[in-house]
Ligand binder design. Structure first.
Ligand code: ZN
Length: 130
């Protein structure tokens, strides 16, 4: 799968081209397995990079519109994703949130915030195309 915007980014950062390709390969594999999001720690483990370096690469893929960062608000008791927000300010607007599983209101101390990267349709259609 070719991503025109990604080719432009790779030509701007030629030293990163091979690791970007490896990350895109990882994302396409995840999409092929039916996953719609990737988590930075798992991607970092796959790439054998630090999480900070992986986040830097993911932000390049964000520029190429292959992924989009979202914050998941996760119940600490049940690990259920209660809501998503597109930025930190959005999280504050959502909390407190009612959790159906606990049948309780959850505030910041009751939830875990996880930054994940949603695969955008451009990446996901790779899956459909086989
Ligand atoms: Zn809960």
């Amino acid at each position: 799968m070719q991503y025109p915007e990604l080719e432009r980014i790779k030509s701007k950062h030629p030293q990163l081209a091979s690791i970007i390709d490896k990350l895109v390969g990882y994302i396409e594999r995840e999409a092929a397995e039916g996953h719609d999001r990737i988590t930075p720690p798992l991607a970092a483990g796959y790439l054998k990079l630090s999480e900070a370096e992986t986040l830097g690469l993911l932000s390049l893929l964000e520029d190429a519109r292959i992924v989009r960062p979202i914050y998941e608000i996760v119940c600490r008791n049940t690990n259920a994703v209660l809501a998503t927000a597109k930025d930190r300010r959005g999280i504050r607007e959502i909390l407190p949130i009612h959790c159906n599983l606990c049948d309780d209101e959850h505030d910041a101390e009751d939830v875990r915030i996880e930054l994940v990267f949603k695969l955008l349709p451009q990446a996901a259609t790779t899956n459909a195309a086989g």
